[in-house]
Design a protein around this ligand. Structure first.
Ligand code: GDP
Length: 296
């Protein structure tokens, strides 16, 4: 992830570090390079503008001009602003609700939703020692229900049966009820994904949300979709009170534009990164670590 962006920013940074004095000229050149690097990484245009404006504003302030090493001071600003852009600190899942804590998953088809449900179920069971039940409300693709059943078995969590002739709202309610009766801690609910954002799909997931009142509503999105990922996140964020985003396929995404844009555009934190197909290929999203990785 961020291969190209990282290379370009590191080259810019290296040049700056070697410079004893910052002039208006090399500052302008640096900001131009930062801007180009972000655009090429497919970061959303308004995000690039806001980011570069912030850096310019701070760079012209006292902290850089009075610094003994202005190049390094500017690098620190770029680092800090990258962290801020991605949301600051890691935002963990909030499962502290009275059990069962319900997590609803939303996203387009193929985004990696079902895989993410299994990865997260595994993580919650192993890391937090909580009992987890998963269910699929994807009544349009019986294969999706089967896929989750297999994954649940593979990661050792409970699977709540569902059928294609049931209503998604009833499946979700049934799963929460079953977890309550059996005193399980967490319920993860997978939902149907369409190829594009459409009204019927939004109405359906809104109804599910209203029926079960989840503590977390996570939007799962394929980071490789770049700008489309950001647009989809915006549409779901407008329809549902999302509490966070999971960016999948970060392992295949060389550019990283979605990771840098989603927070700014939606105001919602990226909580996890999917970094592979295996059940353990899920990492908490740490803006600080990612900014350091980008700047080298
Ligand atoms: P859904 O339609 O949103 O439920 O998507 P799936 O969970 O079925 O995932 C679609 C495809 O993406 C599957 O082949 C997954 O193995 C793959 N996938 C999901 N997450 C990741 C990830 O983080 N990295 C990679 N490389 N593949 C992933």
């Amino acid at each position: 992830m961020f291969d190209n962006l990282s290379q370009r920013l590191q080259a810019t940074v290296k040049r700056l570090r070697g410079q004893g004095r910052l002039t208006e000229e090399n500052m302008r050149e640096t900001l131009r390079e930062v801007r180009m690097a972000l655009l090429e990484a497919d970061v959303a245009v308004p995000v690039v503008k806001a980011f570069v404006d912030r850096i310019r504003e701070r760079a012209l302030g006292q902290e850089v001009l009075t610094s003994l090493t202005p190049g390094q001071a500017l690098v620190k600003i770029v680092h800090d602003e990258l962290v801020a852009l991605m949301g600051g600190a890691n935002d963990a899942l909030d499962l502290a609700a009275r059990p069962p804590a319900v997590v609803l998953f939303a996203g387009l088809q193929g985004s990696g939703k079902t895989t993410t449900v299994a990865k997260l179920a595994r993580r919650i069971r192993e890391r937090e020692g909580k009992s987890v039940l998963v269910t699929s409300a994807d009544v349009y693709r019986p294969a999706a229900i089967e896929q989750l059943r297999k994954l649940a078995h593979a990661v050792g969590v409970e699977f709540h049966e569902s059928r294609a002739d049931q209503r998604p709202v009833d499946i979700a309610r049934g799963a929460v009820e079953a977890a309550r009766k059996r005193l399980l801690d967490v319920v993860l609910i997978d939902t149907a994904g369409r190829l594009h954002v459409d009204q019927a799909m939004m109405e359906e997931i809104k109804a599910v949300h209203a029926a079960i009142q989840p503590v977390e509503t996570l939007f799962v999105v394929d980071s490789m979709a770049g700008q489309d990922a950001v647009n989809a996140a915006e549409a779901f964020n407008a329809a549902l009170p999302l509490t966070g985003v999971v960016l999948t396929k970060a392992d295949g995404d060389a550019r990283g534009g979605a990771a840098l844009s989603v927070r700014h555009v939606t105001g919602k934190p990226i909580k996890f990164l999917g970094v592979g197909e295996a059940p353990d290929a899920l990492e908490p999203f740490h803006p600080e670590r990612i900014a350091s990785r980008i700047l080298g």
